[in-house]
Design a protein around this ligand. Sequence first.
Ligand code: F3S
Length: 395
Amino acid sequence: MGLDLTAEEKEMLDGKHGKATMKAMEIITTLGEIYGAERLIPISSVQIAGVSYHNLGEAGLEYLSEIAVDGRVRVLTTLNPAGMDLEEWKKHGISEDFAENQQRVVDAFARMGVVTTCTCTPYLIGNLPHFGEHIAWAESSAVCFSNSVIGARTNREGGPSALASALTGRTAEYGFHLDENRVAKVKYDVQVKLRNTDDFGLLGQVIGERTRKAIPYITGIPHATSEALKSFCASVATYGGVALFHMENITPNRTSIPEEIEIVTQADLDQARKTLDDENAVIDFISIGCPHASIDEIAKIAGMLDGKQVTEGKTVWITTAKPTKDLAKMMGYYDKIEQSGAFLVSDACCAVAPLKGRFKGLMTDSAKACFYARGKNDFRTEIRSIQECIQEATS
Ligand code: F3S
C-alpha cells in the first residue's frame, strides 16, 4: 500500500507550489515510502541542523541558496548553532572570510522565513511544542528532549528532511510519531546520587552505550532540573543514538514497564568519567553550554565569575542562544562574565565553530562536548562540574 496523499500534497508534488516545495515533497514522500508510512501528517514546528558553514561548505551553501529562490517555510522553523556568534564573532577570533560565508548561510535561511536564532535549545526560546504535538526536528539532543521531556513526537530528522518538512508543513507518519514505537524496552535502575549536569551527562553516556537505541525506562532518579535533563539528552543521544527515554515520575509519556532490568552504579559513572578524562590534558579552553546554557545556568556562572579574572592563556566560552544572551545583558550577567575575560557566545558552540588547531585541551561539564572535541577538533578533554570548570578557568 502506497502513500495516501491529500489534494494539497499532490499539488505540492506536482510543482504547483513552486520548485523548492516540489523537491521538498519528493524528499518527504520518498522517506514515507522507505519507512512504510501510509500517509503524511501536518507538523507544527521544525528545528533545522547543519547550519555551520564549517560543516556545510560551499556545496551546502549553494544547495540552500537554490531552495531560497522560491522556498518559504510553512511552520515555525528555528536553526541549530552556526559556526560563530553572528554579532561578536570578531572578538572570538573568527576570520573575516568565515564570517562572510556563515552570514550568507544565515541569510539564505532568512529568505525562506526561518527564525534565525541559532541554538540547539529552541525549546528555551520560544519553539516549544506541547505534549503529543507532531514536529520535525533535527539536532539529536533537542529531538531527545522534545520526545522525552516535553512529550512531543518527532523522528531524528537530518538537515535536508527537516528543511523539507518546514517547506511542506508535513512529515511522513512512521517511527516516533506512532504509539507502538514509543514503548520502553529496557529498564535501568540508577543506584547513584547524581549531583550536577556532568553527572547526568555521564549517566547518558553509560545508558546510551548500553542501550544502543532501545528505548530506556529509567528509575531511581528522584529529581532532575531541565538543565540536568538537557545534559542527559545530549549525551544519551550522542553515545547511544537514543531519541526517546522514559524517566519514572519525571517524564510525561506513558509506557509499559520492561521486565529486563539493568543496574547503573557509581562504578559505572566513574568508569565513564575515566574514559572522558585524558591523562596529562593541558587545559587551555573551557566551554560550558552544550547544549546551550539556560538563563539560570548563566546567572550562576556570572555569580561564580563576579570579581574574578580568567587566567592568562585560557579561553572561556559560555555558549547560549541570542535571546538568552540578550536577557543576560538585561540582567547584568553578560557584563560580569565578560569583565572576567570569559566570553558569553551566542549562536555558536565549541563543536561547530572552526576551532581546530586553536586549543590543546577542553574542560567542560558536557559529555557530548567531549565527544565532538575529540572527534572533530583533536582536543584532549576533561569533564567536570560547572563550578570546577570555572575554578579551572580562574586559578
Ligand atoms: Fe548544542 Fe553544539 Fe552541544 S549543537 S548540543 S552545543 S555540540
